[in-house]
Structure formats: structure tokens, C-alpha cells
Design a protein around this ligand. Structure first.
Ligand code: ADP
Ligand code: MG
Length: 256
């Protein structure tokens, strides 16, 4: 579905990605984790075609992303940027329906899809005509998620979709999102810096450091057979490493 081949990306003198090979299989959730600045958002921006690699290729559905197929590919992706990125001058409905409107969907079709997504993300009708500034962080995240899902994309790219939420809302939204992904059987590439969250969502975890992939595989493999000392350090630096380890070793969230 989505594949990065020997991808390298520099911003000026800053090397953001240093030769990344990664395969994101269909119908699975791949979670990128790693410390701030390691290149997670850059990888998502490349997948969404917002920036181009200096070297290497990004493949989507059997073809490398290029100028002539980018628009068609983009319409099959839902991308939620870090902090949601809702347009402040548009209401929730305006934000969510924006692309569908541009594509010429009828008002009826837009409304039907909007209502379906509001139900899925449990965004109450009283909030639909509000502007982003009139919403709580959690409500904004839901609206941003609705916008990413509006065109029923095959590939969902989520950059810290639950970042900056208070713990109660975060746990609630984690559960809801995981249920949504399972129900929709979508291919998801998601970024988080929180290992517990990665373990919760991920079929496959990809740990990055300084523009490179350090280790990828199941949460169990990562935690029980760390590829290098950094993996252990990263796990131990988490807020509740013991809790993560216990969760993984009891197999609660580990899938094949
Ligand atoms: P992450 O999402 O893992 O925190 P990013 O992918 O945003 O990391 O950034 C990777 C590296 O590239 C960081 O060192 C960051 O400072 C740098 N970087 C990201 N975007 C830009 C940009 N637009 N201009 C210059 N440097 C950037
Ligand atoms: Mg980031």
C-alpha cells in the first residue's frame, strides 16, 4: 500500500531522514515512535506528497509518487497534521466538507457523510456549526479526524492525533480511534511519541532515532528483544515503562 524506499530528506543543513526503508501493509496500523526531531512528521509529509525526498522514493499502490499521479493519490489519503490544522475561519462543517465541496459532491451527499462521521467520532450536533476556537482540544481533534476521513481514504496518515489532550480524553479517544480503525479495516500510518499509545494501536511499531529506523516489529519484539541500547533507553524514559512492559508481556494488546 505505502512503501518508503531508501528515502533521504534534508532541510538546509539538517538531515531529517537518513535512508529510510519502510513498508506499511494494507489494512494494518503502523505506528511511528521516537524522540522529538527524529523525523516522524517528515515521513508523513513525504507520504502525503507535501514535500519531496532528496533521494529514494515513496510508493503508493504500486507506483512511485510523482507530479503526474500526486493529486489522484492525495484524494485516496486522509492526512491529519500535528495539532489538527483546522482552518480557523471555517466552522467544523466547513472544515470537514471542504474537499468534498471542491470535488463537487452534492450538498445531500456531503451532509450524509458528515453525519456518519460525526456519529463515528461522537461529535455532538450542537458543535457542528462552531468554529475551531469555540471547541475544546478533544473536540477539535475529533473534527480534524472527521476531515481526514471525509473522502473515505484508503490510507490514513495521523500525526500525533491525540497529542496535547488531557489524559482522560486521551484514553477515551484512544479507545474510540482503535475501534474506528478496526471497523473500517483501514491502512493507517500514525505518529506518537508515547510508547503506551503505540502499543495500544500498533500492529507494527517502528522506532526511529535521528532520521533512521532503529527497530521495527511487534511491540513484544521491540520490548523483549531490543536491537540496540537506545531501544532500552527509550522504553525506560517513558512515563510508565513498567506498565507498558506488563501490558505487552501479558499479551493484552499484542496482535499477530
Ligand atoms: P518529529 O516529527 O519526529 O519530531 P520532524 O520530522 O518534524 O521530527 O523533524 C525532523 C528534523 O527536521 C528535526 O531536526 C527538525 O528540526 C527538522 N525540520 C523539520 N521540518 C523542518 C523545516 N521545515 N525546516 C527546517 N528543519 C526542519
Ligand atoms: Mg512531529
Amino acid at each position: 500500500m505505502l512503501r518508503f524506499v531508501a528515502v533521504r530528506k534534508r532541510y538546509g543543513r539538517q538531515l531529517a531522514l537518513d535512508g529510510v526503508d519502510l513498508d506499511c501493509p494494507s489494512g494494518r496500523t503502523t505506528v511511528l515512535i521516537g524522540p522529538s526531531g527524529c523525523g516522524k512528521s517528515t515521513l508523513l509529509r513525504l507520504a502525503a506528497g507535501l514535500i519531496r525526498a532528496d533521494r529514494g522514493e515513496v510508493w503508493f499502490e504500486g507506483a512511485p509518487l510523482a507530479a503526474n499521479n500526486l493529486r489522484a493519490a492525495r484524494l485516496r489519503m486522509g492526512y491529519m497534521i500535528q495539532e489538527g490544522g483546522l482552518f480557523p475561519h471555517l466552522s467544523v462543517r466547513g472544515n470537514v466538507e471542504l474537499m468534498a465541496r471542491e470535488l463537487g459532491w452534492s450538498a445531500e451527499r456531503r451532509r450524509a457523510r458528515f453525519s456518519e462521521l460525526a456519529e463515528l467520532t461522537r461529535l455532538p450536533a450542537a458543535l457542528w456549526e462552531r468554529y475551531p476556537l469555540e471547541l475544546s482540544g478533544g473536540q477539535r481533534q475529533r473534527a480534524a479526524l472527521m476531515r481526514a476521513l471525509m473522502l473515505d481514504p484508503d490510507l490514513i496518515l495521523l500525526d500525533e492525533p491525540l497529542g496535547a489532550l488531557d489524559p482522560m480524553i486521551r484514553v477515551e479517544l484512544q479507545r474510540e480511534l482503535a475501534a474506528i480503525f478496526a471497523r473500517l479495516h483501514k491502512t493507517v500510518l500514525m505518529v506518537t511519541h508515547d510508547l503506551a499509545e503505540a502499543v495500544f494501536f500498533g500492529d507494527r511499531l517502528v522506532l526511529m532515532r535521528a532520521g533512521r529506523i532503529v527497530q521495527q516489529g511487534s511491540a513484544q519484539a521491540l520490548l523483549q528483544s531490543p536491537a540496540e541500547a537506545f531501544v532500552v533507553d527509550f522504553v525506560n524514559a517513558q512515563r510508565a515503562p513498567q506498565q507498558v512492559l506488563a501490558e505487552v508481556s501479558c499479551g493484552a494488546r499484542v496482535r499477530a
